[in-house]
Design a protein around this ligand. Structure first.
Ligand code: SAM
Length: 232
């Protein structure tokens, strides 16, 4: 699977793929990463990609011409490329989106800066538009990395143990139960004793109950859905 990042700050994005799981996946040719800058498509003599907003107002906006040229080329080279824009003014990105998008062959993240990207670019090229939460960041690079990481985990072979995906938070609307590493007794702080008794069905019941309490406390919105929905 290929990810392209449209960004004027490749140096913020590229190092993320030089360590840990995503580096291993890249080295194993499971994932491919590409970085493209609209500056290379700017006809301005200073390679500018931003301009003042039509109608005034504070701040600059990505001007349409370089983005149109860049994204047209991507579309021309790969008609399956799925183009995703990042902005706080969009639907929230969810685990279910990560799973669905992991089936695509090529995802292109268009990272905004300044006040954002000229809306004509979004209307022309967006297959989807996402927000990663109810806050405003300085740029789309972190949101793109967040989404890329979450999507990559669902690409077969990227995680050592694909089974671990089934018990993660947000599967079936519940948050995962807490985990405890060995030793069971750390300076008199004990992990729950039921985890030591080797009864796997009791351990599963215990984890499920803690999972429900945790979800009810931290995410009553999800707990409602769990009650109404699958009740897994
Ligand atoms: N003026 C915009 C607004 O109020 O909706 C915010 C622009 S923000 C300063 C600059 C860029 O950061 C955006 O174009 C977007 O790419 C990215 N960004 C910031 N917060 C984000 C979020 N919560 N989710 C996704 N992208 C975000």
């Amino acid at each position: 699977m290929k990810f392209s990042f449209v960004t004027i700050f490749k140096e913020l994005v590229a190092p993320y793929f030089e360590a840990s799981i995503l580096k291993r996946a890249k080295d194993a040719n499971l994932l491919e990463f590409e970085f493209v800058t609209p500056r290379d498509y700017s006809e301005d003599k200073f390679k500018r990609t931003d301009d003042y907003a039509v109608g005034g107002g504070a701040g600059l906006v990505f001007t349409p011409a370089p983005m149109f040229a860049l994204l047209s080329q991507i579309r021309e080279e790969d008609s399956d490329a799925h183009i995703v824009f990042l902005t706080p003014a969009a639907k929230p990105f969810k685990a279910s989106d990560a799973k669905r998008l992991s089936k695509k062959s090529h995802i292109v993240f268009v990272c905004g800066r300044y006040e954002g990207i000229d809306e004509r670019v979004v209307e022309e090229f967006a297959d989807e538009v996402f927000s990663i939460g109810d806050f405003v960041l300085t740029g789309g690079e972190l949101p793109a990395l967040v989404m890329c990481d979450a999507i990559s985990r669902f690409v077969p072979g990227v995680l050592g143990n694909d089974e671990s995906l089934d018990v993660e938070s947000f599967e079936g609307y519940l948050l995962e139960a807490p985990s405890f590493a060995k030793p069971a007794d750390f300076n008199g702080l004990f992990s729950p004793s039921i985890l030591l008794k080797g009864n796997h069905s009791k351990i599963a019941d215990f984890k499920k109950n803690v999972s429900k309490f945790r979800t009810k406390y931290f995410r009553p919105d999800l707990y409602e859905k769990f009650l109404k929905g699958t009740m897994r």
